[in-house]
Each structure stands twice: as C-alpha cells, then as structure tokens.
Write a protein that binds this ligand. Structure first.
Ligand SMILES: CSC[C@H]1O[C@H](OP(=O)(O)O)[C@H](O)[C@@H]1O
Length: 338
C-alpha cells in the first residue's frame, strides 16, 4: 500500500468539490475535509487544514473552481474568488502564483460567463496539480543525486514539514529523503518538532514512520547539540518564498538552523519548486512574513502554558540569507546561490 498521503483531490468534474486531508487532525486521526465553497477553502488554508507552499497553491487553483454555479463560471466571480483567496496567508508565493494562473484563464475567456470557462478553470487547476506532482518527483531525483555520496545511515536534519503533506505530490524538502529510501539507502532523519504548531512532530514524524524511514524527533532547542555530536551530515528544508538573490523564507526557526549548520560545517540545502521562486523581489527583506495568533504560543492545542495577557510575538516564518544556503534544489536541477 502506498504511504504517500493524498493531501488533496478534486472529486467529480465541473461542479465537483475539493477534498482535503485535514492536517490539523494528524497524527491521531486521518480525516477528510470536504470543501464546497471558496470560503471553506480560505478557512482551510488559514487554519492549516491544508498547508505547505505547494499544497496551498494547488488548493487555491481548485478553490477558484468552486466559484462555478450550475456549471457556469463568470469572469467576475473568478476575479472575486482570486482576490479573496489572496487574503488567506501572505508568505507562500505559490498561492499567488496559482491564483494568477487561474485569473489569466478567466481573462482569456471569449465569453464573460458560461460552461466553457468552467471547464477551462478545472483543466487549469488540474494542470497545476499535475505539474506539482511532476516537480516533486524531479526534486526528489535531483536532491537524492546531490546527497548520494552521504555515508549509509547519514543524518539529515529537517525543520517543519516539507513532505507529501506540503505538496500536491510526494514532497519538496523531504522528496530527496523519500527518493534515497526508494533507492535502498537508509538515511536517518533528525526531525525538529517545530514549535509552535509542531508540523515536524505531528506531520513529518508521521510521514517518515508511515514509510519506515529511520527518524528521531527532537525539540527545536536540541538541534545544536545533535549537530555538535556529529550526528547531522546535511540539513534539508523546504521554502515558502525564494527571492531573486536566493534568500529563502521558511518556517520560523529555519534561519536558526542555518546558523547552526554553518557553525558546525554542515551543508544547508533548500528544496523547493520554481513556483516558490519570486523574481519580483530582489532579496528576502521584501518577503511578507505572516504573524499568527498569540494563542498558538500561549495555549497551543488547547493547553495554556503561559500567563493570560503576556505579550507574544508569533511570526510564522523567517528568512535565511542565501550566503547560508549551500544549494537550492528545484525540479530544474541544483543551483548554488552566488
Ligand atoms: C515547502 S512547503 C512546506 C513549508 O510550509 C510550511 O509552513 P506552513 O506549515 O505554515 O504552511 C513550512 O514553512 C514548510 O517548510
């Protein structure tokens, strides 16, 4: 049985609906979350029911198809759906990349509404999904080639979740690990739990154990000690937006891991599809960083661990400067930021 989770799927044809794997319920429950309106997908992205830059982009493409009514799409409704979905989360550029593709389909329509546009929108959303599947497979191959010379049992540290759950296919940051395993290698993955939402503990550890890939879960604060003990031979993470100079935004804590990697002489790699690259911004300083609620820090998962009213800073991402990145793996190959 394949252990690649189905992060999201479109059910039916025009007039169908989007089905998400509810990532807020993992690892305890594998529960599907059907979405029949644009608003429901907006909420699912906001609450991280679906999350991860590529997966957010694929979900947004299908979400625009939910603006179709009675088999007919209208340019006005598509434009409105794209505008609304763009307000869900600001950092992952894949969201805006996918919405721009859907909007271009509407703007190219010969009729301002009708069944033809509805068909064209679903075809574009499916194309975005299939392209993401292919990009994941290519990133896995290029990344595994890059790591091929690591000794058997080498340690690879990762932060957050950049596995299949973060994409429409078989992962980005973790795709090279999955491919190494397919090739019979046995890397050992050090999994940062990734506070405050624990994507590493809840999602990455789940994906790896499902596949029988050796892994050890650690608190984020333990990464330095693990590297100092010589247990990490490479760091591999995903990205939510890569600026033109190679600066990369990823889950909060990634920058700290990159600094630790440099301090311990460990190569730090980013694996992301080119749909994550934003050439419109010159450097990471211009990447919008999402700030999330204080409750995610003070009472994560419903258990209060900090005094009521304490001031909280909860940025969901940080930016790793390109000088700390040994190479960026995309579906087109491996690039070394200059
Ligand atoms: C490369 S996509 C996975 C990426 O998305 C995560 O953020 P979130 O869980 O808030 O969507 C994190 O930055 C991962 O690296």
């Amino acid at each position: 049985m394949s252990h690649v989770p189905v992060t999201l799927r479109w059910e039916g044809e025009v007039g169908g609906h989007l089905v998400l794997l509810d990532q807020t319920r993992l690892p305890r429950e594998v529960v599907e979350f059907p979405c029949r309106t644009v608003e429901e997908v907006w909420d699912a992205i906001k609450r991280l029911v679906v999350r991860g830059a590529p997966a957010i982009g694929v979900a947004a493409g299908y979400a625009v198809c939910l603006s179709v009514k009675n088999g007919r799409a209208s340019v006005h409704d598509v434009v409105e759906a794209c505008r609304y979905l763009a307000t869900s989360r600001p950092t992952a550029v894949n969201l805006f990349w996918a919405l721009a593709r859907m909007r271009r389909v509407a703007e190219a329509a010969t009729a301002v509404d009708g069944p033809a546009l509805a068909e064209a929108l679903l075809a574009e959303a499916r194309a975005i999904h299939e392209e993401d599947r292919q990009m994941c497979a290519a990133m896995g191959r290029h990344g595994a080639d890059l790591l091929a010379d690591l000794p058997e049992g080498a340690g690879i540290l990762t932060h957050c979740n950049a596995g299949a759950l973060a994409t429409g296919g078989d992962g980005c940051g973790l795709a090279p690990v999955f491919e190494l395993a397919r090739r019979g290698k046995r890397p050992h993955v050090w999994v940062d739990e990734t506070r405050p939402l624990l994507q590493g503990a809840r999602l990455t550890a789940w994906e790896l154990t499902q596949r029988g890939i050796d892994c050890t879960l650690i608190c984020d604060s333990m990464a330095a000690t693990v590297m100092r003990a010589g247990k990490v031979q490479a760091v591999m993470v995903g990205a939510d937006r890569i600026a033109a100079n190679g600066d990369a935004a990823n889950k909060i804590g990634t920058y700290g891991v990159a600094v630790l990697a440099e301090a311990h002489g460990v190569p730090f790699y980013v694996t992301a599809p080119t749909s994550t690259v934003d050439l419109t911004i010159p450097s990471g300083d211009a990447i919008p960083i999402e700030e999330r609620s204080a409750e995610e820090v003070t009472e994560g998962f419903g258990r209060r661990t900090a005094p009521v009213g304490v001031r909280v800073f909860n940025p969901a991402f940080d930016v790793t400067p390109y000088r700390l990145i040994r190479a960026i793996v995309t579906e087109r190959g491996v690039f070394e930021p200059k």
